[in-house]
Design a binder for this molecule. Structure first.
Ligand SMILES: Cc1cc2nc3c(=O)[nH]c(=O)nc-3n(C[C@H](O)[C@H](O)[C@H](O)COP(=O)(O)O)c2cc1C
Length: 368
């Protein structure tokens, strides 16, 4: 029977499914519930030292629906303008310690964010790790609200700042540190490599993609609408999965040796396996759990086990990154295709077959 457990940076996950930082890990109570239901780990909602600087709006979510009539009620994307946790830091410390006491064998990763100040980063790392959490995820990637305070994506888009902040966290951390990347950048591998160079154990990718989820055609107001106005927010869910897969694949190729926690639009085991195949050791889920409930952990585990049994994989490590060697350049694809055609033509000639006009026409169509 397939073994779903995986050890990443010394942390042993009973399965590779981790709830991503966001509403699913918004307090100790729901974190415990996720452990009870079988999640391998959880990254808590991002904490900072001072919650009184965090002001959320209502509404702060906007849904993106499938456009075709057969699935009108199907949400395929999700936009949020939610900030990091607005709960007091000391309360969080008590709850994290309590979760670890009750579930010592489940992986609890603390997502943290602070201002551009070494002392503050050292303080948040030291005080948080005293709770017994298993690892850190540095939120260098929240795309809305926080960048106005020069935090989140404002840090993650600047490789020099990424290196500096990761360096500060690593100075104080006695547990593994993952750096969470923003996809809102031309080349995600630049900050990923900067984080690695500064000692990050792992790369988490991706945070949400900046988007405008829609405009109300009666009021002309963008959504989600707060007192008639809005701002671009972070887009997540099924619709972002192909974009996330690409970014995770690129991080894995650019940072050999780094562990990768992949996410973006995962709802099923088949979605998750694709992230493992492009190099992730763990797969995080946020929007999928918000839309379908924490209970999706069961079909995720069952589906992963079925996939492993079908291919005869005994452990998850056996297929992590298995699809990476099949990514290449366009020039190489052209060369491979030419070689395949030469091979086929040679075969046809050897078989004494006439290729004819139809085949020439197909070739010219393929060339377009
Ligand atoms: C409502 C909401 C709140 C989020 N809050 C955080 C957060 O506090 N910290 C963080 O690092 N990521 C946050 N995220 C981003 C998710 O962790 C994840 O990176 C992103 O949503 C892509 O994964 P998904 O498609 O499974 O949701 C949030 C996402 C959503 C939808």
């Amino acid at each position: 029977m397939a073994d779903l457990s995986i050890t990443v940076d010394g942390m042993r996950f009973p399965n590779p499914f981790v709830l991503a930082s966001g509403p699913p890990g918004t307090n100790g109570k729901v974190i415990k519930r996720s452990f009870e239901l079988g999640w391998g780990g959880i990254v808590c909602k991002t904490l900072s030292l001072e919650n009184d600087k965090v002001h959320n709006t209502v509404p702060r979510y906007g849904k993106y629906y499938h456009a075709h009539s057969t699935a009108k009620d199907q949400v395929i994307g999700f936009q949020n303008i939610e900030l990091i946790s607005d709960r007091p830091f000391d309360l969080w410390l008590d709850e994290l310690a309590d979760c670890k006491r009750e579930y010592p064998d489940r992986m609890l990763i603390a997502s943290i964010m602070e201002e551009y100040d070494r002392d503050r980063w050292i303080e948040i790392v030291e005080r948080t790790q005293a709770t017994g959490i298993d690892g850190f995820e540095l939120n260098l990637s929240c795309p809305h609200g926080l960048p106005e305070r020069r935090m989140g994506a404002a840090m993650g888009q600047d490789p020099a700042i990424v290196a500096e902040v990761v360096g500060w966290a690593k100075e104080a951390a006695r547990v593994p540190v993952w750096a969470k990347m923003t996809p809102n950048i031309t080349d995600i591998t630049v900050p990923a490599k900067a984080a690695r160079g500064a000692g990050a154990d792992g790369i988490s990718a991706i945070n949400t993609i900046l988007a405008v989820v829609g405009i109300d055609l009666d009021s002309f107001r963008p959504m989600p609408t707060v007192e008639g106005y809005s701002e671009p927010g972070g887009f997540s869910g099924e619709a972002v999965r192909p974009l996330a897969l690409r970014q995770v694949m690129e991080c894995a190729r650019a940072c050999p040796g780094a562990t990768i926690s992949g996410m973006g639009g995962v709802e099923t085991a088949e979605d998750a396996v694709q992230f493992l195949l492009v190099g992730a050791q763990t797969v995080q889920v946020c929007t999928g759990a918000m839309l379908h409930g924490y209970e999706i952990i069961q079909p995720l585990c069952e589906g992963l086990e079925a996939f492993m049994d079908r291919h005869g994989f005994a452990t998850v490590e056996e297929f992590v990154g298995k699809s990476l060697p099949y990514f290449t350049t366009h020039a190489d694809l052209v060369e491979r295709q030419r070689a395949a055609k030469r091979e086929k033509a040679g075969q046809s000639n050897r078989d004494g077959m006439w290729r004819g006009d139809i085949s020439a026409e197909t070739d010219s169509l393929a060339a377009n």
